[in-house]
Design a protein around this ligand. Structure first.
Ligand code: LLP
Length: 421
């Protein structure tokens, strides 16, 4: 469910016609819907109702501080994986005690930053990290609450590049070694062991891997408590998938996911944290682009648009599908033609879709990529010296630019010519 619908044949973002935004900011741009972000947050909140819980939005999926503030005002916490993301959460007004620090390679500087500014907990991923964190905390005279991220060796059945819960992945500590590692953690002066963390991957479209992982976490909770640890918080990660292709079977709903949580860990009396990113932000955003050329190749036609792989890397990187629709709705019964939708970057990988059935489109026509609110703008680069594209937030009939397009001067002036040249 989202708030990007056609009205009188024109695609709208909530109550704002998309062409109006295009005129104001130029293409390409990202546009996000407050109503969709709000709805998705609430759906998770309801799914965990009756359990003591905090929904920590995975900042990596969309880190614009206006998006973070929108969610924080609804009561969201934040899951951050770098000092930069921590500072963004702070800049959005999120209090430290609602910020969870995750990530496999936190530096001592990042630890210092969060320990000074306030943090809810660190999710620790290795023994060397435990030692470093304890040292930094001791230097600062504090004791930091931690969970240890366990790797449950579960197949998340998702794209290999975004599966994290198998033993061959770099994440967490093997669950088989957890009791030893927890004993070490408990002996370190700067740490207070308070819980367990797990995250098995992203874009999961089946609940079974979650059930397996959470069942293992429940068993571990019992063992660790028997060992004398006060396990009172479970961070169950993110990962619930979204329907990228509307014509396909929809993935499970947050309510069903919440039921799995209830059934597997609900009886333990723990506070539950989850870290969804994609499900909150993915279908809350569009990437809007316009057609530069309609090029006829040999046996295939190309729609060359002004967005490229540097703006949205997902198709090139994960062979991801994004539904692509014309902003001005095609007339009912209009002929469809197969086209390859490509960007201007000088790589064959700069292909958004192959042989997609679309109605005829010409120069200047606007096209929208759906499900682009998560892992879109945050993964963009300036490859080919293409400026990062603006982000716009809509709220009812209002819209605001929440990140501006940089000028070429700003981009080029970041480079410096050494004095010998
Ligand atoms: N928590 C941790 C520790 C994570 O590593 C991630 C995502 C999440 C939460 C949020 O997962 P989500 O609910 O968004 O699935 N760039 C890729 C996705 C990478 C996901 C990385 N970790 C893509 O575009 O598909």
């Amino acid at each position: 469910m989202d708030h990007f619908l056609y009205r009188n044949g024109v695609l709208h973002a909530e109550d704002v016609p998309v062409p109006e935004i295009a005129t104001a900011v130029g293409t390409p741009f990202y546009v996000y819907s407050t109503a969709t972000l709000t709805r998705h947050f609430r759906v998770f909140d309801e799914a965990l109702s009756g359990m003591d819980h905090l929904i920590c939005f995975a900042v990596k999926s969309n880190s614009n501080i206006a998006v973070l503030k929108t969610l924080a005002e609804l009561g969201a916490g934040m899951d951050v994986v770098s000092g930069g993301e921590y500072l963004r959460a702070k800049a959005a007004g999120v209090p430290g005690d609602r910020i969870v620090f995750s990530g496999v390679g936190k530096t001592r500087d990042e630890m210092r930053l969060a320990l000074t500014g306030g943090v809810r907990q660190f999710n620790v991923e290795s023994e060397p990290e435990m030692h470093a964190l304890s040292e930094v905390a001791s230097e600062l005279g504090v004791v930091v609450p931690i969970t240890v991220r366990v790797n449950p060796d579960v197949d998340a059945k998702t794209h290999a590049k975004i599966a994290t819960g198998k033993s061959e992945n770099k994440f967490g500590i093997p669950i088989s070694k957890a009791r030893t590692v927890y004993a070490h953690a408990a002996a370190l002066p700067g740490l207070e062991v308070i819980g367990i963390d797990v995250h098995i991957g992203s874009q999961l479209t089946d609940l079974e891997p979650f059930r397996q992982a959470y069942t293992k976490v429940a068993e571990l909770t019992v063992q660790l408590r028997a060992d004398g640890h006060d396990i009172r918080r479970l961070d169950l990660g993110g990962g619930l998938g979204i329907p990228y292709e509307r014509s396909n079977v929809a993935p499970p709903l947050p309510l069903e996911y919440g039921q799995v949580i209830r059934e597997t860990v609900g009886h333990l009396g723990c506070e539950i944290e989850i870290e969804p990113g994609r499900l909150v932000a993915g279908n809350a955003g569009l990437l809007v682009t316009s057609v530069i050329y309609n090029k006829q190749g040999e046996g295939r036609d190309f729609l060359i648009v002004d967005a490229a792989m540097n703006d949205l890397i997902r198709p090139a990187m994960y062979d991801a599908h994004h539904d692509i629709v014309p902003v001005i709705e095609a007339e009912a019964g209009a002929d469809l033609h197969p086209v390859d939708i490509v960007g201007p970057v000088c790589e064959t990988g700069d292909t958004f879709a192959r042989q997609r059935q679309l109605t005829a489109l010409g120069e200047g026509d606007l096209v929208a990529f759906r499900s682009a609110g998560a892992y879109g703008a945050v993964m963009a680069s300036e490859y080919n010296t293409r400026p990062l594209i603006p982000e716009v937030l809509v709220n009812g009939d209002q819209f605001a630019v929440i990140r501006e397009r940089p000028s070429f001067d700003e981009i080029i002036n970041r480079d410096k010519i050494p004095e010998w040249l």
